[in-house]
Design a protein. Structure first.
Length: 123
């Protein structure tokens, strides 16, 4: 009986280690993929910012920041308004701020190994 219990404990421990490793891989991929645009969006939550100041604020090269801003504009996440020689960027609207908050909440839950389960729907 103890051999069966030992084998079961080993399987559970292996599964838990594998699940943790999978979660770590997903989290790393999310952070790598989403980090540049998230840093920009987080900064823009504080208020409007010129593209050059934004690049400095998020620690990116100007060309990389401009590329991310271009992608974010095409996705409807930010807007840009030309003022003289500068373009001032802002979040598109409050929905983007809410999406950002949810994304950060999700990443933190992944980091902590937590999971929100959807509420059951009534038939």
């Amino acid at each position: 009986m103890s051999a069966i219990r030992g084998a079961f404990s080993l399987r559970v421990a292996t599964w838990e280690t594998s699940a943790r490793a999978d979660a770590d891989r997903v989290l790393t991929t999310l952070e790598y993929t989403l980090a540049p645009p998230l840093r920009i969006l987080i900064r823009l939550q504080e208020g409007p910012c010129a593209a050059t100041e934004l690049a400095d604020a998020v620690g990116m090269e100007q060309c990389a920041c401009s590329h991310q801003l271009h992608l974010s504009r095409n996705l409807g996440l930010v807007t840009g308004e030309r003022r003289g020689r500068s373009v001032i960027y802002t979040l598109y609207d409050n929905h983007v701020a809410e999406l950002l908050e949810q994304a950060l909440y999700h990443v933190e839950h992944l980091r902590l190994g937590l999971r929100d389960t959807p509420a059951a729907t009534a038939p």
